[in-house]
Design a protein around this ligand. Structure first.
Ligand SMILES: *Cc1c(COP(=O)(O)O)cnc(C)c1O
Length: 967
């Protein structure tokens, strides 16, 4: 071997050792060559140079973030495995709305661990989302069946916030009652009470918590009852509800889905709203989340229901097709008049829960519920034999045991046996059984109470006489009768049903989803793996802290990482979506002002371009939105800002500003804006949804902002799940730290126990936090900074290519955009009649998801490629857009008519092009294979353009009867 060759070899092996696990290089789409090519194309000499051209000098930082250097995948997975293992997963029969469950493996692997489901986006573009829309419609049907109500939404964030939303609905809809007081039955779950109380206080609603509203002189506009009670007691609520109605009060029932397989429905008892959590339908507890809450109500309240509703409509060929109903009442249109600030919800978890119901079907579900109930009866019998008294007159799965004076003893003995029981009060423990409970468990439980052994007859599990429920408490109606719940009980059938649905949709595992503001980046497999570790997924959120040390170490580390990324001083991981972060941040601001004796600061300045959740969150905190104008360049109009800040100086609470702006621009005046607000006594809420343009290059906590939410499901790699889960932590400056949210059962360290409670669980959607943890650990400070730089490069490169064919609406200094750009289609529409919607639908024929349509500016598309997309994919997308521009030109020069062209007829389904008749002035090939690149891998939209208006006029939000599938 020659000397040079051996030297090369040495260099080679050293080099490859160093980069033996270059996660950064795999997360970031373009390689160095592509980066160099794109830099040349945009006219920058380096990524650093591009940053200097793009980011205001007074916020651009060059020092590293205080993070460990990037670590290899397998090491990070191992570390998370260790953390998961340091959680002690005891048998938790604590109840409190969280139960052990057995996730069917066909669901675990084919939904929860399947990027076809978890990397999809909220179904704003219904033609490429028919699969998840059908799954969510099924979820609504399941909730309707079990609650007996007329209308259900497609999930909310958790049971506590669903109950709070229900209270707000009652206030909006109650007719003949002027009361401002909401009654909460004390037998509701403590965390639900706490979340509702926080929400009520900031809505200036008074709350009374008590045993029963009956015989109470006071007048209530609404009431919250629990069914079964938090202690497990099952009671017919008909009389309470009748009495409430007689007093012109509306009634919300928080119900348990599993028990509703047996118990008479809340609707039958007269409930106006039914809320709850679908967790125990196959979704692991995950230390509090994510799981899908449900919300069901009367048809007459349909215009007032929070969250998203899936509805049935028709496509342009008159075939049945699904889409989100009543989108015009969505938050970004209603703004401060919105019913709620909910945006991201819990789509993926709702889909898991309904899949559990579909897979098991009504018979098996009834068996599961009956078995749980009889096990509880066996436990009751055994404990009675041991001389204990069971105090619930009737129960489903939860027995309440009078321990005499020995409650703490019993709890301690249980802990020794690695069992968690709930201490209800000084002389009562409750034991909530679940699907995983066995006869052995019953033995173990009895042994906790007494050393004597109890013989019970295991065969009695089959005895229908073994029950604590009288006939009057049981339901007699059939549930889950729709064919969808009666067709897929074998694994083969289930597998194929899920695959059929998945194949209808476009998710990130098919093509780029360049949704501006939504940051659809890679959700790496290595990041996803730890979520299903036993130690993370099976922790009960209310288990004693000694058992959740692994979680607490993980959350503490993650908080430190996010502090490093944002420049803030403290983080709360509790909010389980960006919207909840906004609310938590505004509440903290309000508390801060109050702590300084400022009780009147209730004005929020909001630039016109803001996301709809901003004004909606402000209303929830009883703050008044004052809109600040934008100038013709899309930036905050500084004169208007100064004038409004001065005008409202005495009452100014804060500004809510998105940065970089929702126009995709680094506004040069951001530090001035912060200064003006502070000078007038206000705080700066910086909406951090666009943090993907800032991590490592600018730190909001350092350049003047006081609080931000982050969307971990945008910037920090948690997948969007087709509309949730999300995590919306807030970062705050030191002065706001004392006002972060806590939890009534597992209080957050370092906070006053009386603080506000935003979500049901202390750490919100804790079980998906390992995703962001792994992302940050594998990227390190340099990797994260580079990701931001490439996100900005990709956007500027894309803008450069598109600018020659479309008009780009806003740019900043040096004609640069941040991480996204807005293409203005209004001039083309004026000239040709072809709209932004036509372009969005036509992109589907190319296999692409449309960019964000008509937000923040109507008639535009906002495009955000993210750092994860390679130059190849970006070029393909640009080719598609340019081809579409050529098609528009053919309408312009009248080669095509406005009535018949590939744009207005888009998307084209497979059925379209195989039909014998083809009466269009363009060919089948032009319709479906408009560019060469898709010839070998074609996505076929399963339906044609969907008629939204028809669906809203003929609102159907349950599964259509089977005949309707047969035409
Ligand atoms: C996504 C987004 C939100 C809302 O976040 P969710 O997690 O969907 O609740 C708020 N503001 C902006 C600018 C966003 O892009």
């Amino acid at each position: 071997m020659s000397k040079t060759a051996s030297n090369n070899l040495q260099q080679l092996s050293l080099h490859s050792l160093e980069s033996r696990d270059d996660f950064v290089g795999r997360h970031i789409g373009p390689d160095q060559q592509q980066i160099d090519d794109m830099l040349a194309a945009v006219g920058a000499t380096s990524l650093e140079d591009l940053m200097e051209q793009t980011v205001p000098a007074n916020i651009l930082k060059t020092d590293a973030m205080d993070l460990d250097t990037a670590r290899p995948e397998h090491e990070v997975i191992e570390e998370l495995a260790d953390l998961a293992e340091s959680n002690l997963v005891y048998k938790s029969w604590l109840g409190l709305g969280y139960h052990n469950t057995l996730t069917p493996n066909v669901i675990l692997r084919n939904i929860f661990q399947n990027p076809g489901w978890y990397t999809a986006y909220t179904p704003y573009q219904p033609e490429i989302a028919q699969g998840r829309l059908e799954a969510l419609l099924n979820f609504q049907q399941m909730v309707l069946d079990l609650t007996g109500m007329e209308l259900a939404n497609a999930s909310l964030l958790d049971e506590g916030s669903a109950a709070a939303e229900a209270m707000a609905l009652c206030k909006r809809m109650v007719k003949k009652n002027k009361s401002n007081v909401f009654f909460i039955q004390s037998n509701c779950h403590p965390q639900t009470i706490a979340v509702v109380k926080t929400r009520a206080e900031h809505l200036d609603i008074e709350v009374v918590v008590g045993d029963s509203a009956a015989g109470n002189e006071a007048d209530y506009f609404g009431q919250l009852l629990s069914y079964p009670g938090s202690n497990g007691e099952v009671k017919d609520l008909t009389n309470d509800i009748d009495a409430a109605h007689a007093a012109n009060s509306l009634v919300v029932v928080a119900a348990d889905l599993m028990s509703l397989m047996l118990l008479q429905s809340p609707a039958e008892m007269g409930a106006d709203v039914v809320v709850g959590n679908s967790q125990r339908f196959g979704v692991p507890m995950g230390f509090g989340g994510p799981h899908a809450a449900f919300f069901a109500t009367r048809d007459k309240f349909k215009r007032s229901i929070p969250g998203r509703i899936i509805g049935v409509s028709v496509d342009s060929h008159g075939r049945q097709a699904l889409r989100m109903a009543m989108q015009t009442r969505e938050q970004h249109i209603r703004r401060e008049k919105a019913n709620s600030n909910i945006c991201t919800a819990q789509a993926l978890l709702a889909i898991m829960a309904v899949s559990y119901a579909i897979y098991h079907g009504p018979e098996r579900l009834k068996t599961i519920a009956s078995r749980i109930h009889r096990l509880a009866c066996l436990l009751d019998t055994g404990l009675t034999k041991l001389g204990f008294q069971q105090t619930n007159a009737a129960y489903f799965d939860t027995v309440a045991i009078d321990t005499g004076a020995d409650t703490d003893d019993v709890i301690a003995r249980a802990l020794e046996a690695e069992i968690n029981l709930r201490k209800l009060d000084d002389h009562t423990v409750t034991i909530a059984l679940d699907e995983t409970t066995t006869l052995e468990d019953i033995d173990d439980l009895l042994a906790v109470f007494a050393d004597d052994k109890v013989d019970f007859n295991a065969a009695s599990l089959d005895n229908p006489q073994l029950t604590s429920l009288t006939d009057e408490l049981l339901r007699s109606d059939a549930v889950l009768t729709h064919p969808v719940f009666n067709s897929y009980h074998s694994e083969t059938e289930m597998l194929r049903y899920l695959k059929r649905l998945e194949d209808k949709d476009v998710a990130l595992n098919r093509s780029m989803i360049a949704l501006g503001s939504c940051t659809m980046k890679l959700n790496a497999t290595a990041e996803m793996i730890p979520v299903t570790f036993d130690g993370f997924s099976n922790m009960h959120p209310m288990a004693p802290k000694e058992q959740s040390q692994g979680y607490l170490e993980m959350t503490t580390n993650l908080e430190q990482m996010l502090v490093a990324c944002t420049g803030y001083d403290a983080i709360s991981l509790q909010p389980n979506a960006g919207s909840q972060g906004e609310y938590a941040g505004l509440v903290a601001i309000k508390r801060y002002h109050q702590s300084r004796g400022d009780f009147n600061r209730n004005i929020v300045l909001i630039p016109r371009s803001a996301h709809g959740t901003n004004p909606a969150s402000a209303s929830m905190a009883s703050m008044k939105s004052v809109i600040v104008a934008c100038d013709e360049l899309g930036n905050v109009d500084m004169d208007d800002l100064r004038a409004k800040a001065a005008e409202h100086a005495d009452n100014l609470a804060c500004i809510m500003i998105t940065y970089p702006s929702t126009h995709g621009v680094f506004e040069e005046s951001i530090t001035d804006i912060c200064e003006i607000i502070h000078d007038h006594g206000g705080q700066v809420y910086l909406d951090g949804a666009n943090m993907n343009a800032m991590v490592g290059i600018a730190a909001p906590g350092k350049f003047g902002a006081d609080v931000s939410h982050l969307n971990l499901h945008k910037t920090f790699a948690i997948p969007h799940g087709g509309g949730g889960p999300g995590v919306g932590p807030i970062g705050v400056g030191q002065h706001l730290q004392p006002f972060l949210p806590t939890n009534p059962i597992n209080p957050v360290d370092g906070l006053d126990a009386g603080n506000d409670v935003i979500s049901s669980a202390a750490y919100g959607s804790a079980s998906v936090l390992p995703i962001s943890y792994a992302y940050i650990a594998m990227m390190g400070s340099d990797g994260l900074r580079r990701a931001t730089q490439v996100a900005i490069l990709n956007a500027n490169y894309m803008m450069g290519r598109l600018q020659e064919h479309f008009s780009v609406l806003y740019t900043g200094r040096n004609n640069r955009v941040a991480h996204e750009c807005i293409i203005d289609l209004r001039p083309l529409k004026e000239a040709t009649g072809i709209s932004e919607e036509d372009v969005a639908k036509r992109l589907m024929d190319f296999g692409f998801h449309s960019p964000t349509m008509s937000f923040p500016v109507p008639g535009t598309l906002m495009i955000e490629p993210t750092e994860s997309e390679s130059k190849r994919e970006i070029d393909l997308f640009c080719d598609a857009m340019i081809q579409i521009r050529e098609e528009i030109r053919l309408v312009e020069n009248e080669t095509y008519t406005l009535e018949d062209n590939p744009l207005v007829n888009a998307p084209h389904s497979l059925v379209d092009i195989v039909e014998l008749e083809w009466n269009h002035c363009y060919t089948r090939e032009q319709a479906s294979f408009p560019i060469e690149a898709i010839r070998h891998s074609k996505y076929w939209p399963p339906v044609n353009r969907i008629d939204n208006v028809f669906g809203d006029r003929n609102l159907v939000c349950s599964c259509p009867p089977i005949e309707s599938y047969m035409d």
